[in-house]
Ligand binder design. Structure first.
Ligand code: 5GP
Length: 236
C-alpha cells in the first residue's frame, strides 16, 4: 500500500490517503508540542517509539476484543489504519492524581485514586480542550448516549488491560488519553495513538517519569525515557 495525497498534518503525525478509500497511512513525526502548541520541540526517535508502541497496544487490545483502527505496520514510522470519522472528544482515564486533575482539585500528584476516573474534553486547541460533560456532548450532538456508553465501557476495559500490562514491566499507568472514531456503518473503534505522548508512565519503584512530562516540564532525559519504555515493552 502506498501513500497518496497528504490529507492532514497534525502536531505529531501526518495522515495520507491510499488507493483504498477505507484505509489511510499514518506517519509519525519526531515533532513535539505542549500547552496547546505554545511549547515546540523535537524528540529524536519519538515517531518510531510512538508508532511501534501504539501498534503493539492496539494488537493487544484487539486480542482482548476492543476494536481498533490498526491494520498493518508498514515501517518504523508508518502504519496502515482504518479510515474513521473522529469523535471530537479526548477521553481521559486516571488511576493516580497528576497534571490537570491535581491542579483542578488540589490533590497531590502521586495520590492513588480510590477508583479509576473518566473525563471527556472537547478536542479544540483554540478553546484549550475544555472539559465537557455527557449532557453537553448530547446537546452539541457530538455523540449519542449509546456511543458514549460504548466509549466509556471500552475505555475502562482498555484501562484494566493496560494497567496490568504496564505493571508487569515495572511501570505504573498513571493516566492516559484516548480518541475514538466511527466507521461508515457507525461502529465505534479506538483510533489514534497510545504512547508516552498520550500516557503518564511512571517507574513503579522510583516513580521516575517515563513520558512526555519530561518534555513538558523540562526534566531532561526525554529521548532516554521514550527508549526505556520501548525497551521494557519488548521492542528494540
Ligand atoms: P492532563 O489533563 O492531566 O493534562 O492529562 C491527562 C492525560 O491525558 C495525560 O496522560 C496526558 O498525556 C493526556 N492528554 C491530555 N490531553 C492531551 C493532549 O491534548 N495531547 C496529548 N498527547 N495527550 C493529552
Amino acid at each position: 500500500m502506498e501513500k497518496k495525497e497528504l490529507l492532514y498534518e497534525g502536531k505529531a503525525k501526518k495522515v495520507y490517503r491510499t488507493d483504498d478509500p477505507d484505509l489511510y497511512i499514518v506517519d509519525y513525526k519526531d515533532d513535539a508540542t505542549a500547552f496547546d502548541g505554545l511549547k515546540k520541540g523535537s524528540i529524536s526517535g519519538k515517531g518510531v517509539v510512538n508508532n511501534r508502541m501504539s501498534n503493539l497496544m492496539c494488537q493487544m487490545l484487539q486480542k482482548a476484543g476492543v476494536p481498533t483502527h490498526f491494520v498493518e505496520e508498514l515501517s518504523d514510522r508508518e502504519t496502515l489504519v482504518k479510515r474513521v470519522k473522529i469523535v471530537p472528544l479526548e477521553v481521559i482515564v486516571r488511576n493516580v492524581a497528576a497534571g490537570s486533575f491535581s491542579k483542578r482539585f488540589g490533590v497531590e500528584e502521586g495520590t492513588v485514586l480510590k477508583c479509576p476516573t473518566l473525563e471527556f474534553c472537547l478536542k479544540d486547541d483554540d478553546l484549550h480542550d475544555p472539559m465537557i460533560n455527557g449532557y453537553h456532548i448530547l446537546a452539541l450532538d457530538l455523540a449519542t448516549q449509546n456511543e458514549l456508553d460504548v466509549i466509556s465501557a471500552y475505555t475502562f476495559q482498555i484501562n484494566k488491560i493496560m494497567k496490568e500490562f504496564f505493571l508487569s514491566i515495572g511501570i505504573e499507568l498513571v493516566d492516559f488519553k484516548l480518541e475514538f472514531g466511527k466507521l461508515d456503518d457507525g461502529t465505534i473503534i479506538l483510533a489514534d495513538e497510545i504512547s508516552p505522548d498520550t500516557c503518564r508512565l511512571w517507574d513503579s519503584k522510583t516513580h521516575e517519569k517515563l513520558d512526555k512530562d519530561r518534555f513538558r516540564r523540562d526534566l531532561g532525559g526525554v529521548e532516554e525515557a521514550y527508549l526505556e519504555v520501548m525497551k521494557r515493552i519488548g521492542l528494540n
